[in-house]
Write a protein of this length. Structure first.
Length: 205
């Protein structure tokens, strides 16, 4: 079991709070941003610099969408439901809303943090539930229209899903330019989309 962490509060995290319906944000990203860029990537040769730049842009953007979706999901759940936090948080400040301390104390770019926090919320192993939803097709029945055509689902690409966070960090923090084959890139993006779809099925938001 993970150790309890000290409650913290970050005003910077409050800038990530979004009042819009969360799934609408994902759909808008997919339809108006991701798909047109994917079409442009497919039309260019593998060595084309614009293709490479667009791939790197989408890696950063989709992980940003992921982070914002998970952060706001946690915020809304802890705001709307009475959830015992005694096993995951200590030294809570009674003058700051609990949900704001939760999103300040956990990183939604860190997969270990995400698994700990959402496993506590649903009282099951969160990542196991995500994989189950992906494998049984629960996510596909939720919103077929956001999937990338011909891409493999998350449960077949879990390692690619995990690697997306490493790639994003390399681009942001180490000035790397990532080059990928089309199929690998397509399946990597789909793994993140599929994760969010399965999350929307599992979580009570």
């Amino acid at each position: 079991m993970s150790k309890k962490r000290n409650a913290s509060f970050s005003k910077r995290k409050l800038n990530a709070i979004n009042e819009d319906p969360l799934w609408i944000i994902v759909r808008k990203f997919v339809k108006t941003e991701m798909r047109p860029i994917l079409n442009e990537i497919k039309s260019r040769k593998e060595s084309d610099e614009i293709r490479i730049y667009l791939m790197n842009y989408l890696i950063v953007r989709i992980i940003s969408i992921f982070e914002n979706y998970l952060l706001n999901s946690a915020l809304r759940i802890f705001k709307s439901y009475q959830i015992d936090t005694s096993k995951i948080l200590k030294n809570i400040n009674s003058e700051v809303p609990l949900e704001q301390q939760i999103i300040s104390s956990y990183s939604f770019m860190n997969l270990k943090d995400i698994n700990i926090l959402f496993s506590h919320i649903i009282n099951k192993r969160f990542f196991d539930e995500i994989k189950y939803e992906s494998e049984t097709g629960g996510g596909f029945s939720y919103d077929d229209d956001v999937h990338i055509p011909y891409a493999s689902p998350l449960h077949k690409n879990w390692k690619k899903f995990e690697k997306m966070f490493e790639l994003r960090d390399g681009i942001i923090h180490h000035n790397k330019l990532i080059k990928m084959k089309w199929r690998e890139f397509r399946d990597s993006l789909e793994s993140v989309i599929d994760f969010l779809i399965c999350t929307s099925v599992i979580l009570p938001v």
